[in-house]
Design a protein around this ligand. Structure first.
Ligand SMILES: Cc1cc2nc3c(=O)[nH]c(=O)nc-3n(C[C@H](O)[C@H](O)[C@H](O)COP(=O)(O)OP(=O)(O)OC[C@H]3O[C@@H](n4cnc5c(N)ncnc54)[C@H](O)[C@@H]3O)c2cc1C
Ligand code: FES
Length: 259
């Protein structure tokens, strides 16, 4: 596994919704090695509080050496990150963890909920490098409301993917839960990729199991080190042993995890 620690200059920071930001940094080493589903550990400030780095999925990557992160402000670290300005320097370690296995030929379904959509943008872009037609795939995206969801939907539409949406308040797409949209799609796909709230992924894994469709999930847990050293990120595996989400994941096959 190739990992780097890089001092990264902030290239842009855009507010996408009241509490959602897209941050782009120059990180040529990490960007060149990044695979969809991997993440970075970000030192959000050059001081001891907060001491721990924060994990973020790689949301975008360019051959020009930039990395994009998409994040929601929920606490101290993310609020500090939201206040960075162009030209600031951030210390990143990455790319970390195991990413998605790319299905290069057969139709897939990409399902994202809330900030779980972040790594799926990078995945959607990389899938297209194998000369596939995005029209054969399905993208199902859900979030709290239109304000949060709309800019993220545009990323997939710009790539040519057909997108179906659902929101908690009904302000965009179907009113309700994103897994409800999966039933009609499952017979037509050979792989499901998902990232989002745990209960959503649990339902999706079970639907895929019943339909005998391969499913990869990206898990989010608390992470102190992101490097396999602290045991802070362990979850029970299907075989009764604990797995490190930071090293053995964050992407797992649905059947590898005890739900
Ligand atoms: C592999 C991985 C990838 C991630 N990718 C993204 C991403 O792309 N975009 C994004 O917005 N967030 C992502 N996260 C979550 C992100 O790391 C947390 O939101 C962030 O660390 C919160 O830091 P904070 O200092 O703002 O919040 P804190 O002050 O540390 O915590 C605020 C509150 O949020 C809770 N909390 C913090 N982290 C988590 C977590 N991981 N799961 C559940 N509850 C939590 C705390 O218990 C506390 O109640 C990812 C997490 C992991 C493990
Ligand atoms: S976060 Fe420390 S072992 Fe995974």
């Amino acid at each position: 596994m190739v990992e780097f620690q890089e001092k990264c200059r902030v290239a842009s920071i855009d507010q996408m919704a009241s509490d959602v930001y897209r941050l782009t940094v120059h990180a040529p080493l990490i960007a060149a090695a990044a695979h969809p589903g991997q993440f970075v550990m970000v030192r959000v400030a050059d001081r001891y509080d907060p001491l721990l780095r924060r994990p973020f999925s790689i949301h975008q990557q360019s051959s020009g050496g930039t990395l994009g992160l998409l994040f929601k402000t929920i606490g101290k670290g993310t609020n500090i990150l939201a206040a960075v300005t162009v030209g600031d320097s951030l210390d990143l370690i990455g790319p970390l963890g195991r990413g998605f296995d790319l299905e290069r030929e057969r139709p897939v379904c990409i399902i994202g909920g809330g900030m779980g959509i972040a790594p799926l943008c990078f995945l959607a872009r990389q899938l297209l490098l194998s000369d596939r037609q995005p029209e054969m795939d399905h993208v199902l995206l859900g979030a709290r409301n239109r304000e949060e969801l709309s800019p993220l939907v545009d990323d997939f539409i710009d790539l040519g993917y057909p997108v179906q949406t659902a929101t908690d308040d009904g302000s965009m797409g179907q009113h309700g839960y994103i897994p409800d949209l999966l039933d009609a799609v499952l017979p037509a796909v050979s792989r499901v990729y998902t990232c989002g709230p745990h209960p959503m992924m649990k339902i999706i894994v079970e639907k895929c199991r019943q339909a005998d469709v391969s499913c990869q999930v990206s898990l989010e847990t608390h992470m102190a080190c992101g490097l396999g050293a602290c045991l802070g990120c362990t979850v029970p595996g299907a075989d009764g042993k604990y797995v490190h989400v930071c090293r053995q994941g964050p992407v797992f096959y649905g059947g590898e995890v005890a739900w």
